[in-house]
Design a binder for this molecule. Structure first.
Ligand code: F6P
Length: 323
């Protein structure tokens, strides 16, 4: 019988986390379950820093980026002592379940925590990177790629006017999914992502064959690509193709902010609602996801495996459409 649950947001924030918190809180209260929110992710559990969450606590937040619970990448939680302290505090708080909204680092933390406590833990995939196995879209991804395309569309305007090549770096430490989707949506001429073997040598070859009739060129580079980032790529292009006028734009943390898109708010609400339902029906150590419009439950160990491959058809699509 679940009477009281805890909730945290952890790791990098992402638009839609607030919509998910709201769904968790409202679903729990509807089912007569109390909710406490630990502040700053695992840090809040270690410090026993929490607030009681009522209906009004989550009013007016569905449209807001960031997270009202704050978040952190907790260095203390990486230590044995930190995990033990967190486990002790959770036991003392009398909660019957914990909801973690976060990405792969947060779920790896959940796996450690679950070795020390017996209360069920469930996860809601919250990261702009979309790099978790077991869900089509993580909370934050859709808004982030829309932020990217809005920025790149603007870059395209000035690139056209000056006949320039722009190397645009987007987020994604280990994954190129933001880069891939935004490259398609912006009609980018080239893409560099960690998952593909396409490197700067292939890029230079491609650039040598570019039609001179097309004035602007956009090259999207994922932050985690082996090439070393947008500035390095621009340097290599300058050395090998001096005929191009090159500029660099690193989009950075604007990708993590902003009002969540409609899709984000809806998905985050579905996932948050189902996280509470999952706790009520005995699920534990699983991430709630949405695959082909169906709610799915993926063990944390599998969710963090990073086996999500880039869709080869989409890779070819970029090649064909930018030719
Ligand atoms: O995990 C999401 C993410 O936005 C990555 O794409 C990026 O590499 C990282 O977070 C940046 O993290 P921080 O804000 O801690 O520097």
């Amino acid at each position: 019988m679940i009477k009281k649950i805890g909730i945290i947001t952890s790791g990098g924030d992402s638009p839609g986390m607030n919509a998910c918190i709201r769904a968790v809180v409202r679903t729990a209260l509807y089912n007569n379950i109390e909710v406490i929110g630990f502040l700053k992710g695992y840090e809040g559990i270690i410090d026993n820093n929490f607030i009681e969450l009522k209906r009004e606590s989550v009013s007016g937040i569905i449209q807001k980026g960031g997270t009202i619970l704050k978040t952190a990448r907790s260095a203390r939680f990486m230590t044995k002592e930190g995990v033990q302290q967190a486990a002790n505090n959770l036991k003392a708080s009398n909660i019957d379940g914990l909801v973690i909204i976060g990405g792969d680092g947060s779920f790896k933390g959940a796996i450690e925590l679950s070795k020390h406590i017996h209360i069920p833990i469930v996860g809601c995939a919250g990261t702009i990177d979309n790099d978790l196995v077991g869900t089509d879209f993580t909370i934050g991804y859709d808004t982030a790629i829309n932020t990217v395309i809005e920025a790149v569309d603007k870059i395209r305007d000035t690139a056209e006017s000056h006949d320039r090549v722009f190397v645009v770096e987007v987020m994604g430490r280990d994954a190129g999914l933001i880069a891939l989707r935004s490259a398609i949506a912006c009609g980018a001429e080239a893409l560099l992502v960690p998952e593909l073997n396409y490197d700067t040598t292939s890029l230079i070859l491609k650039m040598k064959s570019w039609r001179s009739t097309k004035s602007s060129k956009i090259i999207i580079v994922a932050e985690g690509d082996q090439s070393g980032g947008a500035y390095k790529v621009a340097e290599i292009i300058k050395q090998n193709c001096p005929e191009f006028d090159i500029r660099v734009s690193v989009l950075g943390h604007i990708q993590r902010g902003g009002n969540p898109s409609c899709m984000e708010r809806v998905n985050a609400s579905i996932v948050g609602y189902n996280a509470v339902k999952a706790l009520m029906t005995g699920h534990k150590n699983e991430m709630i996801g949405i695959v082909n419009k169906h709610v799915t439950y993926t063990p944390f160990e599998k969710a963090v495996k990073h086996i999500q491959k880039l869709n080869k058809d989409l890779e070819e699509l970029i090649e064909v459409l930018s030719s």
